[in-house]
Ligand binder design. Sequence first.
Ligand SMILES: [Zn+2]
Length: 377
Amino acid sequence: MRGVWRWRMVVALVVLVPLAARGGAVEKPRNIILIGWDGAQRNHVHECLDRGELPALKLLSEEGALVDIDVITGATDTKAGWSQILTGYHPQVTGVYSNGRYHDVAEGYSVFERLKKQFGPDQFVCAAVIGKSGHCGEIKPPFRKPLADAEKEEPAAKGKKAARQPGAGKRKVGKVEEENGVKFLVFGGSPYYTMHKSCDVWDYGLVLNEKVGSRAIQLLDQYKDKPFFFFVHFAEVDHSGHKHGENSKEYNDALISSDAWTGKIVAKLKELGLYDKTLVYVTADHGFNEGQTNHRYAPYVFLGTNDPEVRRAGMRQDITPTILARFGLDLAGIQPPLDGEPLIQPATKPVQKAPEKGGRAKEPGKGKGGRAKKKAA
Ligand SMILES: [Zn+2]
């Protein structure tokens, strides 16, 4: 017996000492905050870090990690980006390929719904505070109606000129389909339409970092007594990139502003005594074309976090699996199987890097891989 106990002691030391040595490690988080810097290009973020302009991201990364995230499926745009990040799936599963090709993500597929299901709708808080409206945040339901009716409703919408969101492009309301000689207007719904219903708060279209950040801080006060998952989305980096270009002072300033608000959120967590129980992840949906005002092919982003368990680079679909694994969910039981894998353990599938000149991110299963293994829902 003594031999067994000695062996157990050795195991305990080997396992526990390195964990303790990492310091400040959140063993099992009570809360997670996912912070989005929409359109933050990896190289530009690193340049800012080198100049000491992003102290909050630097601090988080020093406590945890800063790893590369590549976009290998779906467009390098907002709808494809956040849909992938918030589900852990390729576009073939969510149906969200790009800002122009999408439909409502199927029920139950999002990180919000999975956490609510795991912990109980009343025991666990999910909140989203979103700077954008079109492409991220918007929650239009799916519909199908006779085209004639839709056209009758159209004049009411005229005169109301929607505020243009930089980079949002033309909004496609729906496509026309014909059945038995009757034309219908068909719209598959916003990607976030179903997932938003599981959230206690879903605020979007806030535009300014200041509004997003202060609302998130207010919600931390409101929900501090329950475990929570927050998605906090800052839009100014993307907006200033579209208006002024990736190498502009405005783009740089927007990164600094996003970092400053990230820092204020961290400060609020510390004030509430929650920081030691909260993992904070900062990531982006896509980067920006170097020196340009678009992100047509911008697959290079990052994940900065105070999570010391994050240990490798990954892909956009790995974010939700990481969050779910950190909250202790059994990923093996998830249907359909997640495409991404947690960044807290070695990958079992190849960790792909986006090619330099992709022109367009590849879809898995196309080309030499044969058919996609999952059907779009
Ligand atoms: Zn954009």
